[in-house]
Every structure is written in C-alpha cells, then in structure tokens.
Ligand binder design. Structure first.
Ligand SMILES: [Zn+2]
Length: 220
C-alpha cells in the first residue's frame, strides 16, 4: 500500500533527525526530501536546526519549485532535489549531507572506489565525482542528477554527498553505506594497495542493483 502524505512527512522528519544523529550533517546543513503520493516533494526547510524541527516546519513544493504547503522556507538546495525527482520517476527520497569521509573524497575530486561488495549492490558501483558547480544553482542539480542514472550516490565537488533511494529512509541507508565505505577505503590505503573486486562478480552485483532499482523503486 502506498504511504499517505502524512506518512511521507513523518518519514522525512524522522530521517532528517537520523541524518543529524549519525553525524552526516551539523547545525542546519544538508537537506532531506521525499516524494508525496500526489507527486509533490516534502523537504526539510532552510535555516532550521534538526533538534527542534517539527512536522509543521517541513515544506512541500511542486516539481517546478513553487511552495504549495508547509511552514518553513524551501531549502537553498531545492534545485538539487528536484532535478533528481524530475529525471528519475522511480526516486522517492533524496538526501544531501556533508558526511565527513565522503566529503574528503569530494575535496580532492576523487571517486570513492567500490572495493567493498555491498557498495556495488546498494549503490551500483564507484561513487562518481561531479564537476564543480556553484551551490544552490540549477547547474549543480543538472550535474548531480546526470551522474545518478545507474548509481544511488554522487559526490559534489568541494561540497559533499547526494544519495537517492526508493524512499527517504532508503536514501539514508545509501548515505551510511557510502560514508562507511569512504572511511574504510581511507584507512585501507594506509595499509596497502586497494584490490578490486573480480570483474565478473562486480558485473553480477551491478546487475542486482539495476534489477532492484528497476523492479522495486517507484512501486508501493
Ligand atoms: Zn551542502
């Protein structure tokens, strides 16, 4: 059964608090959104601390970015979220965070290599790095969305991380997988040279990702 609008709002708020609790953002940074049953998008507001954020603060916008409901102001990264929803009808949740280990890769403009099996299954493969675009612009949204056709995550150059999912909660899981991977890869490099997953296994796991995204996302 499809979730109701109220259930999507509750999930966006609960996910936002978990993103903050997991240390993927500090202060009022980052933003979390979910697609509502009527096709509008519920997102966290700008300049509102996660600790005190309530359901009434969440903002609902249409796909063109016009506010249709909610108490807060739309996030400054609204275009980033909307470009993901517009390009991929199967996407039901988007999270932009400043996850520290993932952001380290974003600062040196380096993809996070998919050398852990679960990353290929859950994310689709290496986490790509986007070309630098100024924060808050439509150009940034277009650039990030263009990298997500067969991936659940992309790095924003000199900024942070974007993850997509079937729901906001699913996008949080992707964010945690990426952050943990970035931390492990960073440490593994201190021990020695990274060894790739065998190509055949990698292809099989990438196919699993493609199957799940094609068959499970966008459906109740
Ligand atoms: Zn940001």
């Amino acid at each position: 059964m499809s979730p109701t609008s109220e259930e999507v709002k509750q999930e966006v708020l609960a996910t936002a608090q978990r993103v903050h609790g997991a240390g993927l953002v500090v202060g009022t940074a980052g933003n979390i959104s979910g697609r509502m049953p009527d096709g509008t998008i519920c997102m966290t507001p700008s300049s509102t601390p996660y600790e005190t954020m309530g359901l009434d603060d969440l903002v609902v916008v249409d796909l063109e970015g016009n506010k249709v409901d909610g108490g807060g102001s739309p996030s400054t990264e609204k275009a980033l979220h909307l470009s993901c929803y517009k390009r991929y009808p199967e996407v039901g949740g988007v999270i932009h965070s400043h996850a520290p280990y993932a952001s380290m890769f974003a600062l040196v403009h380096e993809p996070i290599p998919a050398v852990i099996e679960e990353v290929v299954v859950y994310i689709g493969g290496d986490i790509p790095i986007c070309d630098y675009k100024t924060t808050g612009t439509d150009e940034l949204g277009d650039e990030v969305a263009s990298k997500l056709s067969d991936r659940s995550a992309a790095l924003m150059a000199n900024h942070g991380l974007v993850c997509i999912g079937k729901t906001a909660d699913d996008a949080l899981h992707a964010s945690l997988v990426v952050e943990r991977t970035a931390e492990i890869v960073w440490g593994a490099r201190a021990l020695g040279r990274l060894q790739p997953i065998p190509e055949k296994v990698n292809d099989d796991f990438a196919n699993v990702y493609g199957f799940i995204r094609g068959e499970m996302w966008g459906k109740a």
